[in-house]
Design a protein around this ligand. Structure first.
Ligand SMILES: Nc1ncnc2c1ncn2[C@@H]1O[C@H](COP(=O)(O)OP(=O)(O)O)[C@@H](O)[C@H]1O
Ligand SMILES: [Mg+2]
Length: 260
C-alpha cells in the first residue's frame, strides 16, 4: 500500500501547492518513487502548476468522491501521476455533507486503485471543512507548511489544536512528520522570530502522541524563482538546477523517503 502524506495548513498562500509539486518531483526524479499527486483544492493550483487547464477537464477528483468513478489519473506529468481538480470541487462540501461515511470518501477512493504507487501526496485546500477532513482521514502522515510571518504562526497554534482533535477522533494513526517553514526571508527579524516560535511550539508538542518525533525542517527561502518556475509549469530543480533553495527540498524529500 502507498504511504499517504498530506500537505496541510488551513491558511492559503503558505506554499502547500508549490511544495507538493516540488517534493513530488524530487521523490520521483531523485528517489525513483512511484508518486501520485492528488489535488484536493477547488482552486486547483496544483493542477494549474503542473500545466493542465482545470476548466477543460471532464473528470476530476470530484467525480471520484461524489460518483465513486474511477480515479481520473493523468499519467507522467513531470515524472509523477496526477489526479486533478477544478472549481466543481467547491460543490463537494455541500453534496457530501448528507452522505454516509462522508469523512471517508477520499480514503475509500484511494484504497481502491492506488496499489501501484509508493507514495501519495495530497495537496489540501485552505480550509477546515469536509474536504480537509477527508484529506486528514486519508493520510497517515502530515507535513505542515507554515509561513514564517507572525500572523501565520499565530494561526498555526489553532491549526495544531484542530489537527490534534481530528487526529484523536477520526484518525488516531495520523502522525505529523514535521513543519516546513516557508517563504523565509532571512534578512528580516520578523521571519527569524517566527522560525524560533515554530521551533519552540514543536518542542512543546513532543509529549502529544500525534506530534512525537515531529521535526522542524530547514526553512524554504522566499525566492521569486519558485513563482517563476511554476509559471513555466516546472519544479525549481528543472528551472534552476543549481538553485540554493533546492537543498531544503532535498532534506525534506530524504526524510519522507526514510518514513516510507
Ligand atoms: N518559497 C517561495 N518563495 C516565493 N514565492 C513562493 C514560494 N513558495 C510559493 N510561492 C508563491 O506563493 C504563492 C502561493 O503559493 P502556493 O503554493 O499556491 O500556496 P498554497 O497552496 O498554500 O495556497 C504562489 O504564487 C507561489 O508561486
Ligand atoms: Mg494550494
Amino acid at each position: 500500500m502507498p504511504h499517504v502524506i498530506a500537505l496541510f495548513n488551513m491558511s492559503g498562500g503558505v506554499g502547500k501547492s508549490t511544495l507538493t509539486m516540488n517534493l513530488g518531483y524530487h521523490l520521483a526524479a531523485d528517489h525513483k518513487k512511484r508518486v501520485l499527486l492528488i489535488d484536493m483544492d477547488p482552486q486547483a493550483s496544483l493542477t494549474t502548476f503542473m500545466g493542465l487547464t482545470p476548466f477543460n477537464l471532464e473528470n476530476t477528483i470530484y467525480h471520484s468522491l461524489l460518483n465513486k468513478g474511477a480515479l481520473p489519473i493523468e499519467k507522467d506529468v513531470l515524472g509523477c501521476d496526477l489526479v486533478p481538480a477544478n472549481i466543481f470541487l467547491s460543490q463537494a462540501e455541500l453534496k457530501l455533507s448528507s452522505e454516509l461515511r462522508r469523512e471517508y470518501k477520499l480514503a475509500d477512493t484511494l484504497a481502491k486503485e492506488t496499489s501501484e504507487y509508493d507514495v501519495i501526496l495530497i495537496d489540501c485546500p485552505p480550509s477546515l471543512g469536509l474536504l480537509s477532513v477527508n484529506c486528514l482521514v486519508a493520510a497517515s502522515t502530515l507535513l505542515i507548511p507554515i509561513q514564517t510571518e507572525y500572523k501565520s504562526v499565530e494561526a498555526t497554534i489553532n491549526l495544531l489544536q484542530t489537527t490534534y482533535e481530528i487526529a484523536q477522533e477520526v484518525n488516531p494513526k495520523l502522525k505529523v512528520l514535521g513543519a516546513i517553514p516557508t517563504m523565509y526571508d532571512e534578512r528580516t527579524s520578523q521571519a527569524r522570530r517566527a522560525l524560533e516560535t515554530i521551533e519552540e511550539m514543536f518542542l512543546g508538542l513532543q509529549n502529544n502522541p500525534s506530534f512525537k518525533g515531529a521535526v522542524v525542517f530547514p526553512p524554504i527561502p522566499r525566492r521569486t524563482d519558485f513563482a517563476n518556475a511554476t509559471a513555466e509549469h516546472v519544479p525549481l530543480a528543472l528551472y534552476a538546477p543549481r538553485h540554493p533553495a533546492l537543498e531544503p527540498l532535498e532534506v525534506i524529500t530524504r526524510a519522507m523517503v526514510k518514513g516510507l
